[in-house]
Design a protein around this ligand. Sequence first.
Ligand code: AMP
Length: 566
Amino acid sequence: MDAILKTRRPGEPEPNLVDYERGAPGWWSGIDRAADGTLNIAEQAVGRHARGPRRDHVAIRWIAKSGAVRDITYRELDALSSRFANALVGLGLRRGDRVFALTGRIPALYLAALGTFKAGGIFSPLFSAFGPEPVRSRMSLGEGRFLVTTEALYAKKVAPIRDQLPALEHVLLAETLDALLAGSSPDFATAATTEGDGALLHFTSGTTGTPKGALHVHGAVAMHDYTGRIALDLHPDDIVWCTADPGWVTGTSYGIIAPLTNGVTMIVDEAEFDAERWYELIERHRVTVWYTAPTAIRMLMRAGREPIARHDLSSLRFLASVGEPLNPDAVVWSQEAYGRPFHDNWWQTETGAIMIANYASLPVRPGSMGRPIPGIGAAIVRREGERIVEVATGEEGELALKPGWPSMFREYWRDPERTAKCFRDGWYLTGDLVKRDADGYFWFVGRADDVIKSAGHLIGPFEVESALLRHPAVAEAGAIGKPDPIVGDVVKAFVALKPGFLPTEETTRSIIAHARKELGPAVAPRELAYLETMPRTRTGKIMRRLLRARELGLPEGDTSTLEGSS
Ligand code: AMP
């Protein structure tokens, strides 16, 4: 497919990264580093703006489900988050304590994030679509002492597991937050955190075992800030809308931190996807930079050109996408439908910020994730025992990054073994398979492991299987991703029943209902099929690859380790 060339419209600013080939790693260029070595994300995001010329600029324009709009300026956001920090400290928050949030996209979430940074705590946002079990596993791993939530979410997701969270001492309800904040001072001396101090704990999924808590530090702000300018092309007058929920790392790095450090106005929409609502929002609020995900883009494609014709979307200047492979036809479609191509970019929870991107100043190659952020060392490698070997141009291999960029995760929380596994022979190994063309553009091929990407959410098959095994009828369970034209993959489960249970529709309904109740709709399987026994390796591991190959009618590959094979 041909590359999409872009022309600047009259009055449009020049891209921040004018010449990619000469791009220098100015990671810290937008950050005020204090002489005493202290650094705090909230100070960079709001504190300094509240004292400067942008103090009365709108920081957050929040749009409630009802459509009501609330503007919060930098000065207000600074004061409110200071009140929040005072409230936390008043309740006994100590440096490094974990503050979890389970709220949906309401103002309390943003105040909690910034207030926690200021107070020197570690913030951990959770998806409100999670069921009680993912909430329990993450909060107990992270030993959350504080939880910010709403009455409804507490009743549904936390109350059933409250007695399994011994570390949880304080539950702050959004409904009573105003009173709490009113009773706290708007002045707060930001904790003297430094670059290497923990700030954020973002959970992600692996193939096996519990979820992993990727710990990010205050120094990550340099990369959020820089990539906001370089990869999302943020300019001071921009109205930025990152549609991701902060429960996913994109919604924190680019739905809170990067827009604020850059001093722009960011839109927060409380509601879920709706094509008509989204176009109305872009039109009414004159969104200029729009950062979303392939699942949403495919849903917009399905909604068609008619709603686009009814709205004035001419404010849009830069469109970006992340989280799953963006099909080339979606890029071409967006160019035709909006007159702007989506710029795909790549990163993951562990990298903390965008690592590979299509830039405003370069032609977009539909289907390619783009080229590394200036200063990021990206290679395509093969594991040879303990050694890491680069593959030839055009060959497929694992994407590896040179460690040391500021937003690199520092550890999987309390799990040095899993942390160490990602680093080998001087590289961080991403678990993604990619290719690179002769011009240095990277192309996504697939995952090297069995994790499932559904509607942009990374789902660990083990978490799904564990929940299924807690249903009384299930003896064995295996979960795979099954391709879906809209959401990328849907979760499909295979189960073997215990003696005495029959594979009836009623059993299926009961198992799926159980999974939805425990895991929540974002994680639970959509489809279920029965097997007599699960294919396992001789060491007892479920061969999900084989389940997937059989499901999709693909070659079964090497089955020599299959239990029962000779
Ligand atoms: P998460 O840690 O939940 O953000 O998920 C990260 C994973 O999402 C990556 O390791 C990739 O497998 C996938 N991913 C992210 N961005 C892209 C992209 N632009 N194209 C293809 N896959 C992507």
